[in-house]
Design a protein around this ligand. Structure first.
Ligand SMILES: [Mg+2]
Length: 171
């Protein structure tokens, strides 16, 4: 039987920092690089986060993380893949996320999409996520996907991966 792997969307498949930075800084004529946000919590880096993500179908227009299509195909052949995304907080988010997945990852079927309000009720063998709040309640192998907000975080129980290329080499 294949091992089950749980994969997060925002910050793992979708590069949400790009549009968040654009809305929070560039459009407000403040210029800042992604490196300057290393180690800073998302809520502090993006004080208008809630406003930004509830406008203009934010999640539907989110760009892809580099090599995520190839990487997810690779994992989908080798593991039982479930995409697990917290999606009940913002109105319209579930539809936008489902449509985004269907368009970019047509090889992922509807039974592999788990949209939820919390992730601690979903079981699996491996979890890839950028947030410790999700990894910490998970009983299996915890893979922390590097994003600026978790840059300085070091915990022995996490395996850190910096890119989809690294995931493809290691899993
Ligand atoms: Mg995430």
């Amino acid at each position: 039987m294949k091992k089950r792997i749980l994969i997060d969307m925002d910050g793992v498949l979708a590069d949400v920092y790009q549009p968040l930075m654009e809305y929070q800084y560039t459009k407000r004529e403040k210029y800042i690089s992604a490196e300057q946000l290393n180690g800073i919590k998302e809520s502090e880096a993006f004080p208008d986060l809630k406003e930004i993500v509830t406008q203009n179908r934010f999640f539907y227009h989110a760009p892809l993380m580099a090599d995520s299509i190839e990487g997810l195909k690779y994992l989908n052949d080798k593991y039982e893949v479930l995409i697990v995304s917290a999606a009940t907080e913002f109105p319209g988010c579930i539809n936008d996320k489902q449509q985004w997945l269907e368009e970019h990852f047509p090889f992922i079927n509807h039974r592999q999409m788990i949209f939820c309000g919390r992730k601690d009720c979903v079981m699996g063998d491996i979890m890839i996520d950028d947030h410790p709040k999700n990894l910490d309640y998970f009983m299996g192998e915890k893979i922390l996907f590097t994003q600026p907000h978790n840059f300085q975080l070091n915990k022995a129980e996490y395996t850190r991966m910096n890119s989809w290329k690294e995931i493809m080499k290691s899993l």
